[in-house]
Design a protein around this ligand. Structure first.
Ligand code: SF4
Length: 377
């Protein structure tokens, strides 16, 4: 964990969210603010560069700005909005971070290092959250059991990257918005964060290095396709019939497979970016030969890849109903399912799980934190 003195933490806790966070402003809004206070527009670029490139966390440290502008900024805005609270390091090198927000709520991010054949770090991926909790309530997900608490704002979304980069003294090469929450149900804030992250001025990431994962909010998928800088799209599919999908993903009662596929085809037509389908393989639920047939048909509608994913244990959430019935597929079953798909010319990978030994299921750390707060151990 990076070093934070107690007095710094207290100072930040006292200040954050008492004033608006400047990272919630688009770059046009920063410029508008600067000009409205009588300063020249290039000052906005200096502020943006200090915050996003130099990662400066107090206005006092912004050496190029005149004293008067620093005072105005200090009186109107904060820069820091989340704090590292806890982290767990896995034997495979992945790290699960728990962050505390200004209102005391918790979110998670997971760092995943990818090493090359020589054991050198090749690239690093960070899985970030877009909400506290989630309203979608997928039967296989620990976050769903938290319920929906609130949306994250752009600064809270972006700062997860900054906190981890600072803690590990590394550069994050890929970001997947696949942590807590359904990003397309927090559309406005997520898009604002994406526009900032992919801007030439922030130098955070290229849009090609960002993947947004959705449970399938069809109208928002179409809206996302029309963004100026569309990102890679991953769809949590997990079933090949509406009946099974509705059992494990209640959201599909609103957006069935017909609507979902229509929106995916639109996304590909507009962006020409291949789609990734996430498919958790459950024993005796979505693993039949008929599922292979249907999944192959779905996967071929636009250029795509299927990720077969093992089911993470969520028994610690004391699952009820269908959640209680879900059984993980063995590795042999996963290999067999993947081979049958490949025989039908579908691009498939079996995705490795990271952090099996550090409470790998999404939402687990935050869930245990919630329980600790309520005294429910
Ligand atoms: S899988 Fe994603 S959309 Fe479904 S409940 Fe979990 S966080 Fe929400």
């Amino acid at each position: 964990m990076f070093e934070l003195t107690d007095s710094f933490i207290k100072d930040v806790k006292d200040r954050i969210h008492k004033k608006p966070n400047i990272k919630n402003l688009s770059f046009d809004e920063v410029e508008e603010f600067v000009r409205s206070k009588g300063f020249e527009r290039y000052r906005a670029d200096q502020i943006i560069n200090d915050i996003y490139v130099k990662k400066i966390e107090t206005f006092a440290e912004m050496k190029q700005l005149p004293k008067e502008l620093k005072q105005v900024l200090e009186s109107e805005f904060e820069i820091v909005s989340i704090l590292n609270q806890r982290k767990r390091v896995s034997s495979d090198g992945s790290i699960k971070y728990l962050f505390e927000l200004a209102d005391g709520k918790s979110i998670e991010a997971v760092y995943m290092p990818w090493v090359d054949d020589k054991g050198e770090l090749d690239r690093s991926t960070l899985c970030i959250s877009s909400m506290v909790g989630c309203p979608v309530a997928c039967a296989f997900c620990a976050t769903g059991t938290l319920g929906f608490k609130r949306n994250l704002n752009p600064s809270e979304i972006i700062e997860q990257i900054f906190r981890v980069e600072k803690d590990l003294n590394t550069k994050i090469n890929n970001v997947v918005i696949m942590g807590m929450g359904e990003p397309l149900l927090n559309y406005e804030n997520v898009i604002k964060a994406l526009r900032i992250m992919t801007s030439e001025k922030s130098k955070i990431l290229s849009r090609r290095k960002i993947t947004l994962s959705s449970s399938g909010i069809a109208p928002r998928i179409k809206q996302l396709a029309n963004e100026a800088k569309p990102v890679k799209l991953a769809i949590s599919l997990h079933a090949t019939t509406n009946k099974v999908r509705e059992m494990i993903m209640p959201i599909s009662k609103s957006f069935d497979l017909t609507k979902l596929m229509d929106s995916i085809e639109y996304y590909y037509r507009k962006t020409k970016i291949p789609i990734t389908y996430e498919y958790i393989l459950f024993k005796d639920l979505n693993d039949s030969d008929e599922d292979v047939e249907r999944l192959a048909k779905i996967a071929k509608r636009v250029p795509s890849r299927v990720n077969i994913i093992p089911f993470n244990d969520i028994s610690f959430t004391l699952p009820q109903g269908i959640s209680k019935e879900l059984k993980p597929a063995t590795r042999a079953l996963m290999n067999n399912f993947a081979t049958k798909l490949r025989d039908k010319n579908v691009a498939v990978i079996i995705r490795d799980t990271f952090g099996d030994d550090i409470e790998a299921a999404c939402g687990q750390l935050a869930l245990s934190e919630e329980k600790n707060k309520s005294g429910d151990k």
